[in-house]
Design a protein around this ligand. Structure first.
Ligand code: GLA
Length: 378
């Protein structure tokens, strides 16, 4: 059994002197390509990673949720029928999910449990979405409402947007709900249709955590969203997803210089993502990832000097097909596609190279694509 699973089960037994009835997990994610496209109704291609939020739990009859977090060493208690906001606290995620589920008409039972997460918290690998989906799954097990992945993803996003107050798109919740072991997913962020994509044979995905942290709620993310909306308005489309590269080139002159660069990133990134989903050639996927990074760095301007340094260090090593920042940017993680037989040497060297350039201590870990939110056998 996974070591986090063991820890949450053992802590549950210690606290309640009984076995939990359910064990659930929901993963974090790394996005291979398709960045800042989700809120433009576009395409993304993330994979759910083998790091997750785990919850061991059993139902309660009194409508209370009692959750002990091993990460925060703190117990949270709330009544599903009497929710109050309490800004900047980890407990807002489960409360927000309870709120969103009830807004959608689901009747909820209470439960008690223990949680732990090995997705680095606030590190750009969607620890928040993994917590939201794990909580939703816990409510599903005790309350027995239907589990529809896109619906649950949308409710997780609603909790994050309207309860926690972070204006994110749908990618993180969709992949945490829908991930498929051994595969990346191409997600159409308008229809929420997903297509599983096999990674090129003989490659490994390596996460490069800069150890610098972003604030997603920061104004820069919202500013990019407004700039994209402004571009769509000028071009007379519902969202930038509706503009092809050829049409964009014809009409780019209608946009202000800054808005034009922002829109160019989104339009080109959608095309790169669709190409990436079709290719089986690791070198081509790597080139698309490199081009994505350049576009995020120069046109969309959401990279950082640490992210750029890590990407450079990665690309300089043998067996690296391509590397790019991943997630919202401004800090957090980069991702590299590496030849399997070079992966161990790459993993050993890339962190040292980054440390030499920046003086910072990073985390580097290869990851396996895992399933989305699920019940795990006890
Ligand atoms: C964050 C958001 C996502 C998406 C990415 C950028 O991870 O939560 O919705 O917008 O940034 O691609």
């Amino acid at each position: 059994m996974n070591s986090l699973a063991q820890t949450v089960v053992a802590e549950f037994q210690r606290r309640y002197s009984a076995r939990p009835e359910y064990l659930v997990r929901a993963p974090g994610r790394v996005n291979l390509i398709g960045e800042h496209t989700d809120y433009n109704d576009g395409f993304v291609m993330p994979l759910a990673i083998d790091r997750a939020t785990w919850i061991a739990l059993r139902p309660r009859a009194d409508g209370q949720v009692v959750l002990y977090s091993l990460d925060h060493q703190e117990e949270l208690q709330f009544a599903v029928g009497d929710l109050h906001k309490n800004a900047h606290h980890w407990g807002e995620y489960p409360k927000g999910v309870a709120w969103a589920l009830q807004q959608a008409g689901y009747g909820l039972r209470g439960w008690e449990g223990v949680t732990e997460c090995d997705v680095p918290l606030g590190g750009g690998l969607s620890s928040s979405a993994s917590f939201e989906l794990a909580t939703a799954r816990a409510f599903h097990e005790v309350s027995k409402f239907p589990w529809d992945k896109p619906t649950m993803a949308k409710l997780g996003q609603r909790a994050e947007n309207q309860w926690v107050g972070v204006n994110c798109g749908i990618m993180d919740q969709m992949i945490s709900a829908s991930g498929k072991a051994g595969h990346a997913l191409l997600i159409d962020c308008r229809s929420l249709e997903t297509t599983s994509v096999s990674l090129p044979a003989g490659t490994v995905v390596v996460v490069l955590d800069t150890s610098t942290r972003h604030k997603l709620s920061s104004s820069a993310y919202n500013e990019r969203r407004s700039q994209c909306e402004a571009a769509a308005k000028t071009l007379g489309v519902r969202a930038l997803r509706d503009v092809s590269v050829a049409e964009f080139e014809r009409r780019a002159g209608e946009l202000d210089e800054l808005i034009c660069r922002r829109a160019r990133h989104v339009v080109a990134e959608n095309e790169r993502t669709l190409t990436a989903a079709r290719t089986t050639d690791p070198a081509e996927l790597g080139r698309l990832m490199d081009a994505s990074h350049k576009s995020l760095r120069d046109d969309y301007e959401v990279s950082s000097k640490e992210l750029n340094a890590f990407v450079e260090c990665a690309r300089a090593l043998p067996g690296c097909y391509g590397a790019r920042m991943t997630g919202a940017g401004f800090g957090g993680c980069a991702v590299a596609l590496v030849r399997t037989d070079a992966a161990t040497a790459f993993t050993n060297k890339v962190g040292k190279a980054y440390q030499q350039v920046t003086g910072l201590t990073p985390q580097v870990f290869p990851c396996q694509a895992s399933n989305g939110a699920e019940l795990v056998n006890l």
